[in-house]
Design a protein around this ligand. Structure first.
Ligand code: PAF
Length: 287
């Protein structure tokens, strides 16, 4: 496995791979890698011949006062995990490399960014879309792999590459969970033992809600009230940011739950804001 710190090094390595007829897979990350990230690298390894991972803690997707300065970083361990998972190249740019001077361009997707996390983080997705566009332009992969835990991000990026004719296939990958159901997240390590124990109730509430939808197709507001009550009871340290039941394509709120829906939520614990979601298809399937 090689590492690259400059854009020119990445372009050279990728064009060398392409000259050998290899397909290129890409996994963008912000570091602090866990089994969820590694599952993306493994998926890229299975699907592509040459696998590029980026590790870049992107400052533009954090608003002032958010957790940029405390976001967990573990470069040595991350590189070892990438190597073990079969990455060929890890791109580790610094901020100056990604944002030299005063850029005048921001990539902004409308509508899909107004809901869910976009309500409390109004500038977040502009930062994500801009950096992902830049990374896709630098790496120029055939396929890029994103986890379904960040469902809104995945939907926005899929729309962005379609709208901008970026020649890449966005590959959605399953949520990876701890054995007790908590969705893996770099931020989990910042939870106190007490909050960590309470955080399991996010997945438990989603699972109960899914079962309720499958059994009775109750109206969305009833399901949301039940999730809220469950979390208030079982996660008293958590402050609910949102609980929404939406159409998984448009991300618009739905009133009825007869067709496939996505239940999505965000809860702020001291030290970490956690998100999770569950797709409820008309036919049961695993995420
Ligand atoms: O999902 C993330 O870790 C980040 O939002 C991403 C896609 C790497 C962009 O910085």
């Amino acid at each position: 496995m090689k590492t690259a710190r400059t854009i020119a090094e990445v372009r050279h390595a990728v064009s060398t791979a392409r000259a050998q007829g290899l397909s290129v897979g890409f996994v963008p990350t912000m570091g602090g890698l866990h089994a969820g990230h590694i599952s993306l690298v493994e998926a890229a390894r299975r699907a592509c011949d040459f696998v590029v991972v980026s590790i870049f803690l992107n400052p533009t997707q954090f608003a002032p006062g958010e957790d940029l300065s405390t976001y967990p970083q573990s470069l040595e361990a991350d590189l070892a995990s990438c190597d073990a998972a079969g990455a060929d190249l890890v791109f580790i740019p610094d901020v100056e490399t990604m944002y030299p001077g005063n850029a005048l361009t921001t990539v902004s997707v409308s509508q899909l960014t107004d809901t869910l996390c976009g309500q409390s983080r109004p500038t977040h997705f502009d930062g994500v879309c801009t950096v992902v566009t830049k990374l896709l332009n630098i790496v120029a992969p055939d396929k890029a792999f994103f986890g379904r835990k960040d469902f809104q991000q995945l939907t926005i990026i899929t729309r962005m590459v379609a709208d901008l004719d970026i020649p890449v296939q966005i590959v959605p990958c399953p949520i990876v969970r701890e054995s007790d159901g908590l969705a893996m997240s770099t931020r989990n390590q910042r939870l106190s033992a007490e909050s960590r124990a309470q955080a399991v109730s996010l997945h438990a509430a989603l699972t109960e809600a899914r079962d309720q939808i499958r059994q009775s197709h109750s109206p969305a507001t009833e399901i949301i009230d039940a999730i809220e009550a469950y979390i208030r009871l079982n996660a008293p340290d958590g402050e609910i940011d949102y609980i929404q039941i939406i159409d998984p394509e448009t991300l618009c709120d739905v009133e009825t739950t007869d067709n496939g829906v996505l239940i999505a939520l965000a809860v702020k614990f001291p030290g970490a804001r956690l998100i999770d979601n569950m797709l409820v298809d008309s036919e049961p399937r695993s995420q």
